[in-house]
Design a protein around this ligand. Structure first.
Ligand code: SF4
Length: 244
């Protein structure tokens, strides 16, 4: 199965509280009029410039092994490998907010408009995670109730550059998926263009396969610890946090 997804504006909900929390701003914080103005401008710009797109393609475990091995730079032990080997369905994916939005963020910084540039960058990063969750949910609903996935199983995303999957894994991922079809390219340093793009693998199977103990050597230097929130959500029956 290979499909291109044309997301709509409605697919990208932008809850103010969560966006501000992602910037470290507590719910009860009193914000200046200037801040409110910058926030409103950033949301308006985002809505005007976003061009969300996605692509996904099913892949067998044996073929994914080769993709995951990449340049053989992954950490020897890592959660992604443990999880995909227990999975029932795998799909490579990439999503993007489009080139115009990313160019606008760069332009704002280039011209010294740091406040609005930072706010638009922050809103866009949040939205890229939302898009990743949306494509995972889309695959989950496509598979739900059909072989091989009962409706109670979960699809979560995992990305190169996180949790022991080396960033150079992007090369094999791109060779297998061809996200160029929706305008995403990869440079020599394995960075994607447009900037606000995410790629990785969607792993489907019983919820338990996504649970693990985060005591890998590289976890000592992890600043995000996103796996903790993700596992908490899993236990509460949610599955909507961007992985890796
Ligand atoms: S602590 Fe960080 S590096 Fe370790 S598994 Fe969790 S998210 Fe990944």
């Amino acid at each position: 199965m290979r499909s291109i997804v044309d997301f709509t504006q409605e697919d990208i909900k932008l809850p103010r509280k969560e966006i501000l929390r992602s910037q470290g701003i507590p719910d009860e914080a009193e914000l200046s009029e200037n801040f409110e103005k910058t926030y409103r401008e950033a949301i308006d710009l985002f809505r005007e410039l976003v061009e969300p797109k996605g692509i996904m393609a099913g892949i067998t475990i044996s073929r994914f092994e080769e993709v995951f091995r990449g340049e053989e730079l992954n950490e020897q032990e890592n959660p992604v490998e443990e999880i995909y080997r227990k999975s029932n369905y795998l799909a490579l994916f990439a999503v993007t907010l489009g080139p115009v939005l990313s160019e606008k963020v760069t332009e704002l910084f280039d011209y010294g408009n740091y406040a609005i540039g930072y706010m638009l960058d922050s809103v866009s990063s949040y939205a890229a995670d939302i898009l990743t969750n949306t494509i995972a949910k889309l695959l989950q609903s496509k598979l739900a109730g059909t072989e091989p996935m009962p409706s109670t199983w979960l699809v979560l995303s995992y990305c190169p550059g996180y949790c022991g999957w080396h960033i150079s894994g992007q090369k094999k991922l791109f060779e297998a998926l061809h996200p160029e079809e929706i305008g995403i390219t990869l440079n020599e340093s394995c960075l994607m263009s447009p900037m606000k793009s995410v790629s990785g693998v969607l792993i489907g199977g019983p919820g338990e396969i996504h649970e693990f103990v985060n005591s890998y050597p590289f976890c000592n230097t992890c600043t995000t610890r996103t796996c903790i929130k993700r596992m908490q959500d899993l236990k509460q029956g949610q599955s909507h946090i961007h992985g890796g």
